[in-house]
Design a protein around this ligand. Structure first.
Ligand code: NAD
Length: 313
């Protein structure tokens, strides 16, 4: 029969594309429940879904930051039966920590970390009873390795990686699979939203040097990285489909072979020196030559890790 897939954060970006890709599966293997905070934002999804809507795709409202909304949404699923839960909803946060309030930081954790925890707590007991299920979490390469000026976002994804790495062992006993997907940069509204937020920032309490490092050094090189190696939401949707269709799904799934060498630095030197120094040099010594550096790095580092990346093609 069809597998019931529930996805969070489907009004845009990666979530929208996963919903459409699964709903349009040629063999109609999925019944997709695409959820979003505000159903008024459904048009883009419905347009992309075409006639799959009402057949293999349905919509439900869901705010991952609200206990009530999460409960109500799952209660509205037939028999509360979800075969595959895809935790995709997430928010970014960029900038010097001096200028970010603790409340803003908590909002990021409430979405990226507690949002996933809420969903898993609600769905897992039924999966345990059935001794089956697959929980997928949209993490990031920033769930594996820190990135300058993404301090709090990175921390929220690390928190989730730690939570899931711990849960995976218990869940395995109940025949429930848990998979992380770790994209590098992806061209979505995520990027645009963050740049808009940055444009509005006036950096209260931040010294001039830090503001300069952020605006004149970090931002241009970050845009460079997006240009040089950004993937599309379609790429990530294809990787996600590979992960959920795999006979023995892996726990970690990097999607971007161009970025994998950067992650490999962390595992190549357990003291952390190699990754911290490389990031320092990339940012402050190579700057505008970032893309050249990246291609050299790509040639130099560990091809075995590169082969381990899930390829959308
Ligand atoms: P996006 O902004 O297009 O999508 C995020 C979605 O989450 C939006 O539809 C948003 O409305 C939704 N959302 C936010 N808060 C929510 C809440 N409380 N309840 C329900 N939905 C909520 O960005 P995206 O790039 O598609 O991001 C999807 C996921 O991919 C995120 O978890 C993000 O961290 C991750 N990711 C993105 C990138 C990237 O470069 N774009 C890279 C790695 C990982």
């Amino acid at each position: 029969g069809q597998k019931v897939v529930l996805i969070t954060g489907c009004s845009s970006g990666i979530g929208l594309r996963i919903a459409v890709t699964l709903a349009k599966d040629e063999k109609k293997r999925y019944h997709v429940i695409a959820t979003m905070r505000d159903l008024k934002k459904k048009d883009k999804l419905l347009e992309a879904a075409g006639d799959a809507y009402g057949k293999t795709l349905m919509l439900l409202p869901l705010d991952v930051c609200s206990d009530e909304s999460v409960k109500e949404c799952i209660n509205n699923v037939k028999d509360r039966h979800i075969d595959i839960l895809i935790n995709n909803a997430g928010v970014g946060l960029l900038g010097p920590v001096e200028s970010i309030s603790i409340d803003e930081m908590k909002r990021v954790f409430d979405t990226n970390f507690f949002g996933v925890v809420r969903m898993i707590k609600e769905v897992m007991p039924d999966m345990k009873k059935r001794r089956s299920g697959h929980i997928v979490v949209m993490s990031s390469v920033m769930g594996l390795q820190g990135v300058v000026f993404n301090d709090v976002y990175t921390a929220s994804k690390f928190a989730m990686e730690g939570f899931c790495e711990s849960m995976a062992v218990q869940l395995m006993k109940f025949n429930i699979r848990l998979s992380m997907i770790e994209p590098g940069p992806v061209h979505t509204e995520f990027e645009t939203k963050m740049m808009e937020d940055v444009a509005k920032m006036d950096f209260p309490g931040v010294d001039a040097d830090t503001v300069r490092y952020f605006k004149d050094v970090y931002l241009p090189s970050s845009i460079d990285i997006f240009e040089a190696m950004g993937q599309t939401p379609e790429d990530i949707a294809k990787c996600t489909k590979i992960v959920i269709e795999s006979e023995r799904p892996r726990f970690r799934n990097l999607t971007n072979s161009l970025y994998t060498p950067i992650v490999a630095l962390k595992y190549a030197d357990e003291t952390g020196g190699l990754s911290v120094n490389t990031f320092y040099n990339l940012l402050f010594n190579f700057g505008p030559l970032m893309h050249i550096t990246m291609s050299i790095l790509k040639c130099l580092t560990c091809s075995c890790l590169r082969r381990r990346t899930i390829s959308p093609n």
